[in-house]
Design a binder for this molecule. Structure first.
Ligand SMILES: [Zn+2]
Length: 397
């Protein structure tokens, strides 16, 4: 392949091609006008690029209507490549196989014990990926990449999993290498909160938005921040650790070593402890939500108080980032208005009015699938030039 001089006609063309492909890949399908708006390219340039991509079989174009007018929607061809998502949660291992046209072709979830070793966990993930690829009828060499979700922070420099409240024996393992060695595929890894944010951005309650925050409240508390359509991770990969903002300097000691972090007031262990004395038997957060919806006053109070505290964190996010939407995920989100309404009250109390006015606080629409769908979206977002363009160039040659 000839080397392109930066700024030359052909490198500019390739850059434009990649911008169009990326916009379509992340949205699932777009009209040509939407592509032009999203990429800043002229209508004529978009039209030429779409024609070229259609001729090479990379995209398909279908008639649709937009605002009552006829339009043409562009999406990636279903056989442009396969992506795989793997999500390790606190009680489950979930795997999905999808294509670049945003269709999920196979998906399964299995229960997993919190004391499972990393070796056993990755062995099971390998078996599930192979089984689901078989079910969907694809050979492993059709897979462009695998997105992997882990319930804890990933050290950007070493790739090691940091301290996690959910899979305690896994601290220090290298998730990307573990799975990539087993599958022989390129693996991209991220934490559950970032993947939940990506999932809701691409498939759920955040579709079409460029700026949002996803707050996940379960055993741990974290957030994924989307700024200008991209996950913001920070140089160390720890951006969004909203669970560890201090609400009370003299509060309980947190697993991070500080005191009175948000997580110590709304994490599931704390909430369940509050209810243990009056609710004999094994309680889970889902069960608490169910009891609250049936009118149990103690459970309603605990959820409402948690909402107020989450709202203090949400107000801080709102002041710092001015997101358009805050999406609540995790087990507590199942409580709907019982938790959302106190969150909104806190936001209107603690956030500056001009930022709070533009903000909506909503539940995620994907539930427990947010992370695994976010893992599929992670591959689409990280694949960059390598996959689709090479295929296009080859097909066009
Ligand atoms: Zn903490």
């Amino acid at each position: 392949m000839a080397m392109d001089t930066p700024g030359s006609q052909s490198s500019l063309h390739r850059a434009n091609l990649e911008r169009v492909l990326r916009a379509v890949r992340m949205a699932g399908s777009l009209t040509q006008a939407e592509i032009a708006r999203g990429t800043g390219l002229s209508a004529a340039t978009v039209s030429n690029i779409v024609r070229e991509l259609k001729e090479s079989g990379t995209v398909v174009v279908a008639d649709t209507s937009s605002g009552g007018r006829r339009a043409r929607s562009v999406s990636l061809s279903g056989d442009a490549g396969i992506v795989v998502g793997v999500d390790f949660g606190h009680t489950h291992l979930r795997v999905a196989v999808g294509n670049l046209a945003h269709r999920v072709l196979a998906e399964e979830s299995e229960p997993i014990d919190t004391d499972v070793s990393a070796q056993q966990g990755f062995d099971r993930a390998e078996q599930m990926v192979e089984r689901l690829l078989g079910q969907a009828g694809f050979r492993p060499d059709k897979v462009i990449g695998v997105g992997l979700g882990v319930p804890g922070p990933i050290d950007v420099e070493t790739g090691a999993l940091g301290s996690t409240a959910i899979l305690p024996g896994w601290t220090g393992v290298m998730p990307r290498q573990e799975l990539s060695q087993r599958l022989g595929m390129e693996v991209h890894v991220d934490n559950d909160a970032n993947l939940g944010a990506l999932g809701e951005l691409v498939w759920g309650a955040g579709r079409g938005l460029g700026d949002l925050a996803y707050i996940k409240v379960a055993s741990g508390v974290g957030s994924g921040l989307v700024i200008n359509g991209q996950i913001y991770r920070g140089p160390g990969g720890t951006a969004g650790e909203i669970g560890h903002i201090t609400l009370d300097e003299a509060g309980p000691v947190c697993r991070c070593g500080n005191r009175g972090c948000l997580e110590t007031f709304v994490g599931s262990r704390y909430l369940l402890n509050l209810l243990n004395a009056n609710h004999p038997g094994e309680l889970t957060l889902s069960k608490v939500v169910q009891l609250a919806q049936q009118g149990d006053l103690g459970c309603r109070r605990v959820i409402a108080d948690a909402g107020r505290q989450i709202g203090m964190g949400a107000a801080t996010l709102c002041n710092l980032l001015n997101p358009r939407r805050i999406i609540l995920g995790g087990d507590l989100a199942e409580a709907g208005e019982l938790v959302l309404s106190p969150i909104r009250d806190s936001v209107s109390r603690y956030a500056i009015p001009s930022a709070a006015r533009q903000l909506s606080v909503v539940p995620g629409t994907l539930g427990g699938r947010a992370e695994v769908l976010g893992a599929l979206a992670l591959v689409m977002s990280e694949m960059g030039e390598s996959g689709a363009i090479r295929q296009t160039a080859a097909a066009g040659a």
